[in-house]
Design a protein around this ligand. Structure first.
Ligand SMILES: [Zn+2]
Length: 168
């Protein structure tokens, strides 16, 4: 489960499967009134487990994110969610990431990990992102290191550059 799942109103008690999340999601959740109460209750009842993923899997998840050009857009929480899913898969589980975040979905897809979307139907296309300057329209690769345009200093935005239909 990532933050978007809980914010969108996902209730851990509504399904019977084993559920995991990560410390960075817990941190993002605290203070979000209703969602936080639901989150805390699920953790306290053992319905939701908070696991810190291992570093070796973190490196693999990062590499996959870079490959699809989404590394720049993943927060620490996103990366931990992806990493934990990869770790669980390696340990013989069949993880399903619950998220409405397209960058997480893209990277999950790249790693061969299933995901389910709450508010949308999820992606049917693999998106490739580019970054661009909304002021002077200069384009940058998705993994461009700076957040600002090197010509005019405006903060860059991102958009999908092309869509690839998934094989399955
Ligand atoms: Zn510019």
């Amino acid at each position: 489960m990532d933050t978007s799942a809980f914010v969108a109103g996902f209730d851990p008690f509504s399904i019977s499967e084993e559920q995991y999340t990560v410390p960075a999601v817990k941190k993002e959740m605290s203070g979000r009134s209703m969602a936080w109460v639901r989150f805390k209750t699920a953790v306290e009842n053992g319905k939701l487990k908070v696991r810190f993923p291992k570093k070796i899997f973190m490196d693999k998840a990062k590499a996959s994110a870079t490959l699809v050009g989404d590394s720049f857009f993943l927060s620490e929480a996103d990366l931990q969610v992806l990493t934990l899913a990869l770790q669980l898969k390696t340990q013989g589980y069949s993880p399903l990431i619950v998220t409405d975040d397209y960058s997480i979905q893209n990277v999950a897809n790249q790693m061969g990990i299933e995901f389910a979307s709450l508010a949308t139907f999820g992606i049917r296309f693999r998106l490739h992102w580019i970054r661009y300057c909304p002021a002077c329209h200069k384009r940058y690769p998705a993994n461009h290191k700076s957040k600002r345009c090197e010509v005019c200093g405006t903060e860059l935005k991102r958009k999908p550059s092309r869509k690839k239909i998934l094989e399955r």
